[in-house]
Write a new protein. Structure first.
Length: 476
């Protein structure tokens, strides 16, 4: 599957394939969950640019999320340092307000994207509804306004107080205004701007434009405090604001931050459906049933390798405990087995399968055991290959609960036919007794007679033909 979807994922965002395979490795076990995911995929395939526009909004959100994590590291390093400074705390508050403003804007743009499309899935409809309630609430606008003021107040220079004076030089009002450089720092450069001085302005010092104004503004900058104790006291409100802003950002990240990762799965799912359409391969969403059956299933790996003629096969073990597959080398036994496992995994991920028709049984666990190569290993230096395979198979079986599926491919290859067939027979019987379904590809043809002689008729047997077709044997 990794090689198959690495091919399909070409040109998609980084780590998309890894995210997709991670989802496949955790198969859904409830029909409702499968239906829920199918609905979302249907919305994305029906509205072709919806996924891309959502991804763009969330990609921008990811950048703000990364900036948030970096800010948290800086705050942590400073607060646990030897000395905290007013300037550092104030700057982190300003940066936090800026990041939170961007996050809120990303959330708003995501809601606007979802509002453009007729959504039918429960998942996307619920997301659009929640975002609409959030962004349309009056507190959302209030928070934006407060953050803008906080960002302005935390500019690198101290806030300035503008005093409104009348023509007589009396104070008639005051308000916060844009910060200015201190008078002492710029006095030599602004000698003509007398109104920035604390002296009472005289009528002779006012220019023509000033005389026309009823009131004049005088800007006062708070004095710089050099005391370390006073600096820490001034920094305390900023520390409180830091905690509040990081808490707000963490809440948004927890709610929205996971969406971008989830979209990567749907990017691959959409590309997978497009791949099937390009190859003109029939596909279907299988229904949930008591047993997995697949009709005219295609092998995805062969399709990605550019094989011109891919032979579809059927897998219909109706009312059987397990399936045995025999055949000569090169006749397609492994391909048949791989096709079954691929359909099972894709179906339990809520995706269509490359088949004309299918039903799927929902297993809580899916495991495989493939025969290893003949190359020596450290383990085989102390034990034979047969003993090693038995131990590995034992560990797998012990970890599998009831209602699981185990796929075996050519185990016990180096064992004598008679001994290997008998040993495998009792392993398969144990699996059936513990309610574990199984499919076994094997060269041990003695198993045919053993199962028939023991009266174990609840097993379906296939023989691979030279044309790579899986043909059912007699069912005696």
């Amino acid at each position: 599957m990794d090689a198959t979807f690495s091919f399909i994922c070409q040109g998609l965002p980084a780590n998309s394939c890894a995210k997709f395979l991670e989802v496949l490795s955790a198969p859904l076990v409830k029909e409702e969950d499968i239906s829920y995911r199918r609905e979302i995929l249907h919305d994305f395939t029906k509205n072709l640019d919806l996924l891309d526009r959502m991804a763009q909004s969330l990609s921008d959100f990811e950048q703000s999320k990364q900036a948030f994590h970096e800010l948290k590291k800086e705050i942590h390093a400073r607060n646990f340092g030897i000395r905290s400074t007013l300037g550092g705390s104030r700057e982190s508050v300003r940066e936090g307000a800026e990041i939170l403003l961007r996050m809120l804007d990303h959330v708003k743009r995501l809601r606007e994207v979802l509002d453009l499309y007729p959504l039918s899935s429960r998942g996307l409809s619920a997301l659009a509804r929640e975002l609409r309630q959030l962004t349309c609430h009056q507190e959302f606008g209030h928070l934006n306004a407060i953050l803008q003021r906080v960002e302005q107040m935390c500019l690198p220079m101290s806030p300035a107080i503008a005093l409104a004076l009348n023509q007589s030089g009396r104070i008639v009002g005051c308000h916060l205004t844009e910060p200015f450089l201190s008078v002492s720092a710029t006095d030599t450069e602004n000698k003509t701007k007398k109104r920035f001085l604390l002296n009472k302005p005289s009528s002779r010092s006012l220019d023509v434009g000033d005389k026309k104004e009823a009131n004049q503004n005088i800007h006062l900058n708070p004095p710089v405090i050099h005391s370390d104790c006073q600096s820490k006291l001034r920094a305390y409100p900023y520390l409180e604001m830091e905690a509040l802003l990081t808490s707000l950002m963490a809440g948004i990240v927890d709610s929205i931050g996971v969406l971008y990762q989830e979209l990567r799965f749907y990017f691959v799912a959409r590309a997978y459906v497009a791949f099937l359409q390009t190859k003109k391969v029939p596909y279907t969403y299988p229904s949930v049933g008591e047993q997995s059956t697949f009709q005219d299933m295609w092998d995805l790996r062969l399709l990605t390798e550019g094989v011109k003629t891919v032979v579809p096969n059927d897998y219909c073990p109706l009312n059987k405990d397990g399936a045995l597959l025999f055949g000569d080398n090169g006749n397609g036994k492994t391909v048949f087995l791989r096709s079954i496992m691929s359909c099972q995994l894709l179906a339990q991920a809520g995706l269509p399968i490359p088949a004309r028709h299918g039903t799927v049984k929902l297993y809580v666990s899916l495991q495989t055991q493939f025969a290893e190569s003949e190359e020596p290993s450290a383990a085989r230096q102390q034990m034979g290959r047969f003993e090693q395979e038995v131990q590995e198979l034992h560990a797998i079986i012990e970890s599998m609960p009831a209602n699981s599926l185990l796929i075996l491919n050519e185990v016990f290859q180096t064992t004598a036919y008679a001994e290997g067939a008998v040993g495998l027979y009792y392993i398969l019987r144990y699996l059936t007794d513990t309610r574990v379904d199984w499919i076994a590809v094997t060269h041990l043809t003695d198993l045919k007679q053993i199962f028939r002689g023991q009266g174990r008729s609840q097993v379906v047997m296939y023989e691979m033909s030279k044309e790579h077709k899986a043909l059912p044997l007699d069912k005696q």
